[in-house]
Design a protein around this ligand. Structure first.
Ligand code: NAI
Ligand SMILES: O=C(O)[C@H](O)CS(=O)(=O)O
Length: 487
């Protein structure tokens, strides 16, 4: 472990694959960087096809015994896993910030959020009920049972290195499935730490496996194997479409949590202070690197000046820095490509008529830090109106009528999250119903919780994660007709 090891508990540190309950290396390694400092946090085993196949075989071998456990037994081990995450919250948060860059307060929040999925689905495991259907025949009974789909592949992004994993592993294991996970190569260390805690929670060998390294090679095995019956993916829409195509030959069940381009609508009658609080929470969380971050602020003309000025005042109070060097609200972008994309969106907007009220360029800290930015006079021909920025840039558009803004808000291929602020109850129902989005925040800027169905429509994905609906993604219905009975 490089990068000036501090208080991270070495017991959580691994840098290789976790397959069939064993840690193992590969002939090559790849570096994991601290995005705030550019230093190498660790060298990690670079796995490929062979390791992926071994992991699939291990998951298949472990499946019968895991599904045969009672739901109560699976539940108690999953609950213990979540409890252990909270016991090690500080060490997990520090490791997460070190490899992903988010402020420590947010990293601590993510540990709790990730653990909440294990707590939630430990309970859902015991409620995977079936049905008894009134039979049309006096000689037969009709039953419906829910069964685990089998071996599940999960591929997850770097922006929530723990929560995006448990949001898949928890319902999968609760259902009785086993899993092969490929975490992002930007942030594998948090995933490995999760496996250390799974072992302590007595999750049996082969139930939860991790391989990282050559994403394309590993993905080819996971999407091509007929043993893998389900792929759960969180990441960009581009990658999601590619993986879905790769799964088509074996007709896998798919859960896809993809990109977004969230609109945030502020009507004239909104509580401006509340709207600004919601704007900061939603836009600048994880330095703008979440799929549910606002990408477009639509502000009704009557309050445009008041809202944008209040937004600038609030953004100016955001402190930027290295999560492990102080108390900051904004960290670095994950890598140089992310910084270049944010710069491209700002430059394109300015060329097409936007004005920069604050920020607008790489931060004086250097590296991949970018100034928290507010743009006004944004218009729909700009890249920022159609593409996901994934950075700390608030682009403000004007609008006149409700009809105009709903049309604009729906005018992208995405439909993950949308937000609006109004005091008008009738308008709340009208606009919530008209928005093409899987999730809508009404006078709220943070809407993610394990108890509600997270997911999008259009090109933001398929399926839902969390809530009472989430376990269905990992189960199949089986219908039984029990005949030969006395009428
Ligand atoms: N809807 C949601 O819940 C979320 C969506 N996202 C989206 O993900 C993007 C940012 O995350 P990234 O990690 O950059 O996305 P990405 O799509 O580049 O990578 C996501 C995962 O897919 C893997 N991957 C990429 N290409 C692959 C291939 N050809 N075969 C197999 N695996 C492959 C990566 O290694 C990583 O583990 C943004 O677009 C964001 O909106 C991120 C988090 C949550
Ligand atoms: O990766 C993401 O963007 C997450 O899905 C957002 S959230 O669930 O943490 O809000």
């Amino acid at each position: 472990m490089n990068d000036g090891d501090r208080s991270i508990e070495t017991s959580l540190l691994r840098n290789g694959h976790y397959i069939d309950g064993h840690w193992r290396g590969s002939s090559e390694t790849y570096p994991v960087y601290n995005p705030a400092t550019g230093s190498v946090v660790a060298e990690v085993a670079k796995g490929g096809r062979a390791e992926a196949q071994e992991a699939v075989d291990a998951a298949a071998k472990a499946f019968p015994a895991w599904r045969a456990l009672t739901a109560k037994e699976r539940s108690s081990r999953m609950r213990r896993w979540g409890e252990l995450m909270l016991v090690h919250r500080e060490a997990l948060a520090e490791l997460l910030s070190r490899e992903q860059g988010k402020p420590l307060a947010e990293a601590r929040g993510e540990v709790a959020y990730a653990a909440s999925f294990l707590e939630w689905f430990a309970e859902e495991a015991k409620r995977a009920y079936g049905d008894v259907i009134p039979s049309p025949s006096p000689h037969a009974k009709i039953l419906v049972v829910r069964e685990p789909i089998g071996v599940v592949a999960a591929i997850t992004p770097w922006n929530f290195p723990l929560a995006m994993i448990t949001r898949k592993a928890a319902p999968a294991l609760a259902a009785g499935c086993t899993m092969v996970l490929k975490p992002s190569e930007e942030t594998p260390l948090s995933a490995f730490a999760l496996a250390v805690l799974a072992e302590l929670a007595e999750i049996p060998a082969g139930v939860f496996n991790i391989v990282s390294g050559d994403a394309i090679a590993i993905g080819t095995v996971l999407t091509g194997s007929s043993i893998v019956r389900k792929l759960s993916f969180t990441g960009s829409t581009r990658t999601g479409k590619l993986l879905a195509r790769q799964c088509s030959d074996t007709l896998k069940k798919l859960s896809l949590e993809l990109g977004g381009n969230a609109p945030f609508i502020v009507f004239d009658d909104a509580d401006i202070d509340a709207a600004v609080r919601g704007a900061i929470a939603s836009k600048f969380r994880n330095t703008g690197q979440t799929c549910v971050c606002v990408n477009r602020f639509y502000v009704q003309n009557g309050i445009y000046k008041a809202f944008t000025q209040a937004l600038v005042d609030a953004v100016s109070r955001l402190r930027v820095g290295d999560a492990l060097a102080g108390d900051f609200e904004q960290g670095p972008l994950i890598n140089r490509a992310a910084l270049i994309k944010v710069q491209e969106h700002v430059a394109d907007a300015v060329v097409k008529g936007a004005r920069v009220l604050m920020g607008g360029k790489p931060h004086a800290l250097g590296g991949t830090f970018f100034e928290p930015t507010v743009l006004v006079d944004a218009t729909h021909g700009m890249l920022i109106a159609q593409e996901e920025t994934f950075g700390p840039v608030a682009a403000c558009f004007r609008f006149d009528s409700e009809e105009e803004v709903v049309t604009a808000a729906n005018g992208t291929p995405y439909g993950l999250a949308a937000y609006f602020y109004t005091r008008d109850i009738a308008r709340s129902w009208r606009v919530a119903g008209a928005l093409e989005s899987g999730m809508v925040g009404i006078n709220e800027g943070i809407i993610s919780t394990e108890v509600a169905p997270f997911g999008g429509v259009k090109e933001s994905g398929l399926g839902r994660e969390g809530s009472k609906y989430g376990i269905d993604e990992y189960m199949e219905l089986k219908y039984l007709m029990l005949g030969g009975l006395d009428g």
